[in-house]
Ligand binder design. Sequence first.
Ligand SMILES: [Zn+2]
Length: 75
Amino acid sequence: MWLCRQLFFIFYLKACFVVTQSTTWMCLICGWIYDESAGSPEHGLPPGTRWADVPLNWTCPECAARKEDFEMVQI
Ligand SMILES: [Zn+2]
């Protein structure tokens, strides 16, 4: 019983981590940061927009670099 509760707790923590974790991407050209949880509403990306859902024709608002010029970063 004790073990079950421990396992449940671990799964619960993992679930929370996955939900709250968002990925941050950085433009390799100018260093502009895109945070998935914050989005970029002024550039047409509502908060929570995952990088995979960002349109392919979207470009960096600072230097017009394309998505392929961005790299995932851990902050
Ligand atoms: Zn840029």
